[in-house]
Design a protein around this ligand. Structure first.
Ligand code: AMP
Length: 306
């Protein structure tokens, strides 16, 4: 059994109040698969890179035991490219450029060895490709988690709605929840989005944590208050990877396990923002992760005295 992750693999130019970097490895899949690898051994990737993508990066993924059989390499084409700029309020960013390049006609092909997929993460990617990735599995996975962003709402809303209908968990940020539902209140937005098909909805609120909605239940997870957020890029993907990696680790899909998975995902995301790109989440120790999870537990631990 395995966890398959499909999503963008990018070269990013990022500007934050703390500095500027060019052509660093980003995209949904690197963040998500590294995060998931801390909790689950059989992480398999489907994606595409261009000839300008640094091959040395693949060695790091292999060290994390991430299976790259489903990675396509288009030597004669340019990699997916994204550039973004953050202002002092790091909850908001401007996308400066999105160059789809190899992603434009990407055909997600499952190697035979990936048909044992029990957990599927549809990380950020065109909703048409995400839907293909669901339909090409011979057996429906136990859990399908989908992440998306405003870019796809702007250019492919109908395709997005068709894909959302098919998944178990949708993860989006607060602004995207409002855009998708047309509701400002996140509770009303959640109800509308749950009516679109997913059984669970996670609304990420950046430095304000995340909300999990399921039927009439809500769980609120904090974000770790950090003195310095260096680069928020990839925090959402890291969260999604940590979330599904933990779910694959525990092996039973229910609301209670998802509450814990949200804390694990948030813990990994809190590391991600401490450095540019995937730098921080490449090299974490088990004890560091465990200690960070305990910080989350302490953060909202209280008893009501009667
Ligand atoms: P996050 O900060 O979690 O929203 O993820 C940021 C990452 O998503 C960056 O590394 C980008 O390369 C990648 N990204 C940006 N736009 C897109 C898009 N339209 N499709 C897929 N990935 C994207």
């Amino acid at each position: 059994m395995s966890l398959v992750i499909i999503g963008s693999i990018a070269l990013d130019d990022i500007e934050t109040p703390f500095g500027k970097v060019e052509k660093i490895v980003g995209g949904a899949t690197p963040f998500a698969s590294l995060a998931a690898s801390y909790f689950y051994e059989k992480v398999k990737v489907i994606g595409i890179i261009g000839g300008d993508f640094p091959k040395s990066e693949l060695e790091i993924w292999k060290e994390h035991k991430i299976d790259l059989e489903g990675l396509q390499i288009a030597e004669d084409r340019k990699n997916f490219y994204w550039s973004g700029k953050y202002h002092n309020d790091m909850n908001n960013r401007d996308t400066l450029e999105t160059g789809l390049n190899v992603l434009e006609d990407f055909d997600p092909i499952y190697p035979d060895s990936y048909q044992d997929c029990e957990y599927l993460l549809l990380a950020n990617l065109s909703p048409v490709t995400q839907l293909l990735a669901i339909n090409r599995l011979k057996n429906r996975p136990k859990l399908i988690v989908m992440d998306t962003m405003n870019f796809w709402m702007d250019i492919a809303m109908d395709d997005l709605l068709a894909t959302i209908k098919m998944v178990d968990v949708l993860t989006i940020n607060d602004a995207e929840a409002r855009q998708l539902s047309g509701e400002y209140s996140l509770v009303k937005a959640a109800n509308r989005i749950l009516a679109m098909g997913p059984k669970y909805l996670i609304i990420k609120k950046g430095e304000h944590g995340a909300l999990l909605f399921h039927q009439d239940q809500i769980f609120s997870a904090p974000a770790l208050p950090l003195a310095e957020v260096f680069d928020p890029t990839g925090a959402g993907d890291t969260f999604a990877g940590g979330f599904i990696g933990y779910m694959a680790h525990v092996g039973t899909v229910n609301f209670n396990n998802m509450k814990n998975a949200i804390i694990y995902g948030s813990a990994l995301a809190s590391f991600c923002v401490e450095k540019f790109g995937t730098e921080k989440i490449k090299n974490l120790s088990e004890s560091e992760v465990a200690a960070r999870v305990q910080e989350f537990v302490k953060l909202s631990d209280f008893k009501i005295e009667n």
